[in-house]
Design a protein around this ligand. Structure first.
Ligand code: AMP
Length: 187
């Protein structure tokens, strides 16, 4: 079983590419953001705990993320592989993932680092806000998420450098073309 981490800033297209990749490879798509939004929608205990944190663009505590990731991996333990979208987002989470993989004897990790200029990302997020009405796709929350990405998430790339496959791919352009570039990097 392989693990593909789709890495990159908010708005770069991780969700879109993760969905395409999961379909193509028959892997399970884990989006921590999507699981958290579902919890908020269904007003679960977790949902109530994280709603304000997310709407302000902050990160949900690592311990809560560990719980939902562990549950997800256990629930889908027989699948071919996983596409991770939005996780790990801190070095601490990357260390947690390592432990899960070692315990469950899951296979190798490959990182696809999608990148795009910040003005393009902000424009895309504004467009998505109109369609999906995400609470964190507006105002100050967008800038807070960008800051969090630079300060807390980007160091995850350093953490993985030299430890696993890592390809950087331009996230600007035709969705299908980017998908093909990702497949080629993974081949
Ligand atoms: P996303 O859909 O990946 O952009 O995530 C939306 C929001 O959910 C983020 O801005 C965080 O508040 C929260 N979130 C999602 N994944 C994580 C994670 N791995 N660690 C901490 N917070 C997360």
């Amino acid at each position: 079983m392989d693990i593909i981490i789709l890495f990159g800033p908010p708005g770069v297209g991780k969700g879109t590419q993760a969905t395409l990749l999961a379909d193509k490879l028959g892997f399970k798509h884990l989006s921590t953001g999507e699981l958290l939004r579902e919890a908020i929608k269904h007003k679960t205990k977790l949902g109530k705990e994280v709603e304000e944190i997310i709407s302000q663009g902050h990160l949900v505590p690592d311990a809560l993320i560990a719980e939902i990731v562990e549950q997800f991996l256990a629930k889908h333990s027989t699948c071919e592989g996983f596409i991770l979208d939005g996780f790990p987002r801190t070095v601490r989470q990357a260390e947690m993932l390592n432990k899960f993989l070692a315990i469950k004897q899951l296979g190798k990790v490959h990182i696809i680092n999608l990148f795009a200029p910040e003005d393009e990302l902000i424009a895309r997020i504004h467009l998505r806000a109109k369609k999906e009405k995400r609470a964190d796709d507006t105002g100050e929350a967008i800038h807070q998420r960008m800051r969090v990405y630079l300060q807390e998430t980007l160091p995850v790339l350093d953490y993985y450098t030299g430890k696993c496959g890592l390809d950087s791919i331009d996230g600007v352009g035709d969705i299908k073309k980017i998908h093909k570039l990702i497949l080629a990097a993974l081949a």
